[in-house]
Design a protein. Structure first.
Length: 91
């Protein structure tokens, strides 16, 4: 393998991507994204909604509160930030 192929393989690592709604964009270059998942209740088997809150880095500050966004897992950027904004999908 050449050195260029090894470099591209490292860059193309699969990272988790999630879609959620921006709940807060009040911090500098940081978004709070709520990601909703639907899971069956352990005992009653009814489908219930569960939400998780992720802090994501938004370098250009393009996303606003209420936007649907796609975020990608990245290296730790701060105490809570481990995700980065990939794209703003819609409002």
């Amino acid at each position: 393998m050449s050195e260029a192929n090894i470099a591209t393989e490292v860059v193309n690592k699969s990272r988790k991507e999630l879609v959620g709604v921006v709940s807060s964009a009040k911090m500098n270059k940081t978004l709070v994204v709520l990601v909703e998942r639907r899971v069956p209740h352990a005992q009653f088997k009814k489908i219930v909604r569960r939400t998780s809150k992720f802090y994501a880095h938004d370098e250009s500050e393009t996303a606003k509160e209420g936007d649907n966004v796609r975020i990608r897992e990245t290296r730790p950027l701060s105490k809570l930030k481990r995700w980065e904004l990939v794209e703003v999908l819609a409002k």
